[in-house]
Design a protein around this ligand. Structure first.
Ligand code: PMP
Length: 429
């Protein structure tokens, strides 16, 4: 008998038969509130009828048209449409299939454009599991252990994580920028450094929003030394944080990214990712040096076009801001009643609660119990953070106030059950 590789470890025991909106329907006959959204992929919800219709139409028209051989309309139309939402100046796009591949493409572009090798990534960042993107990933050693040596030419600088240090935010930002300067003075000569790569909100690393002063500090140093600033918006982009791009929360008068990476929510679950850059910068990309067989697939592009339509028509970015604020306030109120929750953080519909023990140390066991208790009650959640002690909520952008409230009720029950010792036995479900 064949079996799935043990590395395909499931966070919950649900066998999903069908998805509709914010719900998944399991083979067990139960309905689940999906506050994982496939790690943010199902932006418009499961099987949004507009996305389904667009994909079905495209499947009957042209499924594959590799854009290095022939061009196809969905790719051209998507490029026009993305132009309406991308930061001004980022007027050239290149498509691949996954977040990791887009990160690889961004690294190659940065190295080609600058003729320099070093890439500075930030501690706790997640950029993917391929060997290049994996070298930039430090959200947990599980993505690195036993597979090295990783891609050389990578240095890791601190990301401001105030809660982890027990510092005020200002101090965490000062520390991160000082350490970056020290790194550039001691390890990574600026003239050998091609790019900084950073997430506007640390995703897999524990849902820690960046900071205006920190990102502005990166921009200033990038300008000073001719280093490119790459923003990985794979998780934060396409409305997730209540702005179209996560970095807009921290935008200054100048444009922040030189290269922006988008994936996940872009095509509502179809594999599609892209890098965007000014055309003068993109001109340095060497043809054939990046990309792959399925990049910019016609069906995925049609689904992305429909996704952008739905986001605009249903005002989902504003909804993410509104429901995100409601969710965060509810999580804060639960935290007030539960000392096991050390911190609550978030931006838009990217919210999380961090579990700590009575001494303030990370408590992954409680976080795992909360996740199980929530799933036993029909609420699907994921953990994150270096030690897995943070439980995140990342529902589809279509989530309603009633669904947020329902999730918060289940959340509060799950936290009570997981921290009171009267845990639901897994086989009681
Ligand atoms: N960057 C970020 C910020 C991510 O969150 C992820 C996926 N969790 C990736 C890159 C990698 O994307 P993919 O899994 O599609 O390769």
């Amino acid at each position: 008998m064949t079996a799935l590789s043990p590395q395909l470890k499931q966070a919950t025991p649900v066998l999903a038969e069908r998805g509709e909106g914010v719900h998944l329907f399991g083979a067990d006959g139960r309905r689940y509130l999906d506050f994982t959204a496939g790690i943010g992929v199902t932006s418009t919800g499961h099987c949004h009828p507009v996305v389904v219709r667009a994909a079905q139409h495209q499947v009957g028209t042209l499924i594959h048209g590799q854009y290095t051989t022939v061009m196809h309309r969905p790719l051209l139309e998507l490029t026009d449409r993305l132009g309406e939402v991308l930061p001004s100046g980022l007027d050239s796009l290149f498509y691949v299939n996954s977040g990791s591949e887009a990160v690889e493409a961004a690294v190659r572009l940065a190295r080609h454009a600058t003729g320099r090798q070093n890439i500075v990534a930030f501690h706790g960042g997640f950029h993917g599991r391929t060997m290049g993107a994996g070298a930039l990933t430090t959200s947990s050693t599980k993505f690195r252990a036993g597979i090295g040596p990783m891609m050389p030419g990578v240095a890791i600088a601190p990301f401001p994580t105030a809660f982890r240090h027990g510092w005020p935010q200002e101090q965490a930002v000062d520390f991160a920028l000082d350490e970056l300067d020290y790194l550039l003075a001691t390890v990574c000569a600026p003239e050998d450094t091609a790019a900084f790569i950073v997430e506007p909100v640390l995703g897999e690393g524990g849902y820690v929003p960046a900071d205006t002063r920190f990102l502005r500090g990166l921009r200033e140093r990038a300008d000073r030394y001719g280093i490119l600033l790459v923003l990985d918006e794979v998780q934060t982009g396409v409305g997730r944080t209540g702005r179209f791009w996560g970095h807009e929360h921290f935008a200054t008068e100048t444009r922040l990214p030189d290269i922006l990476i988008t994936a996940k929510g872009l095509a509502s679950g179809f594999p599609l990712s892209a890098i965007a850059a000014p055309s003068a910068l993109m001109a340095n990309a060497r043809p054939g040096s990046q990309g792959g067989t399925y990049g910019g697939n016609a069906v995925a592009c049609a689904a992305a076009l429909a996704t952008l339509d739905v986001i605009r028509e249903e005002k989902l970015v504003a909804n993410a801001a509104e429901q995100g604020a409601r969710l965060l306030a509810g999580l804060r109120s639960t935290a007030g009643a539960h000392p096991a929750i050390g911190d609550v953080r978030g931006l838009g519909l990217m919210c999380a609660s961090e579990f700590t023990d009575p001494d303030g140390r990370p408590d992954p066991a409680t976080a795992a119990r909360v996740q199980q208790e929530a799933s036993a009650r029909g609420l699907l959640l994921l953990t994150c953070g270096a030690l897995g002690n943070t439980v995140r909520m990342i529902p589809p952008l279509i989530v309603t106030a009633e669904q947020v409230d329902e999730a918060l009720t289940l959340w509060s029950e799950a936290v009570t059950a997981a921290t009171s010792g009267s845990n639901t036995r897994l086989d009681d479900r």
